[in-house]
Unconditional design. Sequence first.
Length: 450
Amino acid sequence: MKNPKDTRRGFIKKSLTASAAISIGGALPAFSAKSYRNILGSNERIKVAVMGVNSRGMALALNFASQPNAEVLHICEVDKHAAEKCIEAVSDIQQNRPKYTPDFRKSLEDKDLDVLVVAAPDHWHAPAAILACKAGKDVYLEKPASHNPHEGELLLQATSKYKRVIQMGNQRRSWPHVVEAIKALHAGVIGRPYMAKTWYSNNRAPIGIGKKVPVPQHLDYDLWQGPAPREDYRDNIIHYNWHWFWNWGTGEALNNGTHMVDLARWGLQVDYPNKVSSAGGRYHYQDDWETPDTQIINLEFENNSLITWEGRSCNGLNVEGSSVGVIFYGEEGAIKIDGGNNYSILDRQNKVVKEVKYDRPVDPRNLSDPTHELDGIHIQNMFDAIRKGTPLAADIYGGQTSTLLVQLGNIAQRVGQSLEIDSKTGHILNNPEAQQHWSREYQPGWEPTV
């Protein structure tokens, strides 16, 4: 049987070898990642802390550690077991063992630290990023940008005030074939695009009825809750099911919808809608799950265009052959981008006139690491923004705009009404009930401020 560490090392080595020419500008393609690391001095590496490493954060920690011009200094995780696992994995990749810093705020005090990677639950995204900006650190922020629209506004204020670089984890904006497809769309290959259909499907199991139990000794539950109002610990919340509780999560719409709605908004070149509606609910199981497991969001824009998002958490039947994707419909045809780095162009007679495929596997249903190599391109784009001023592929201004679209969909769902929206600002018009969801209550003393 192969040693798991050897398998992981081999995977990282193959991924970096394949992506070196892309992520390091093609320099010295015959060199391995380890060779690059030896060439680059310690002072030239971007120093990183990763917050939240049980799932997606684990993959990001390994990916940042794999980058030859980066080093992971801190692993910030409230679950000691998850932290230990991640520290061992990162130590297999880079020369220096990262420090275990349970409270990420302590890592922000490190003068050597350049970037905070935020992969903690949604209720921590904006508050942690704001604190990092205040501490003079740049941020790699997993989607969604914020738990609620008001936090998003605060985050944009902090970005501007403290002049920080924030790359949002909308990594598909860096995937080469996706970029190529959007460029073709903007060049008019299907005429004027007027509708974008987006979707995500999965076969998620029920989460049951949670029981109040003692907090495990290896978990700092108070710090995990952070800015969220306190709730008793239950045995069906951590580590993943928090997504389906409004106190900490934002449902499938922001968990996976953010990615595809962002591509739709990019392709249609729109910002804020003028009307938003949503239909759905918890249809499949009867348990503690609060957010919809089935949902359709419609976003209408003043330029006669439409974005739809269909989320099915408990029925994984593919749409157009893919579990996740976006299709743009235009006057002269359609462009389909699936869950990987692939796209096809079709004419109005359903004939495929062009098909571009990526030659390596991408698993869009992988909860932590759909594609290590392609995500490395996104990371390198952020590094170029920090070192060279290169434009970000997924800056926080666009990231929060895309986040807001699905937040508005969730608000429409929760109040059971269509929303009229100011298309210049994205704000809700003439609906006090919906406006109550613009922000949230915070645990006293934990309110985010700029």
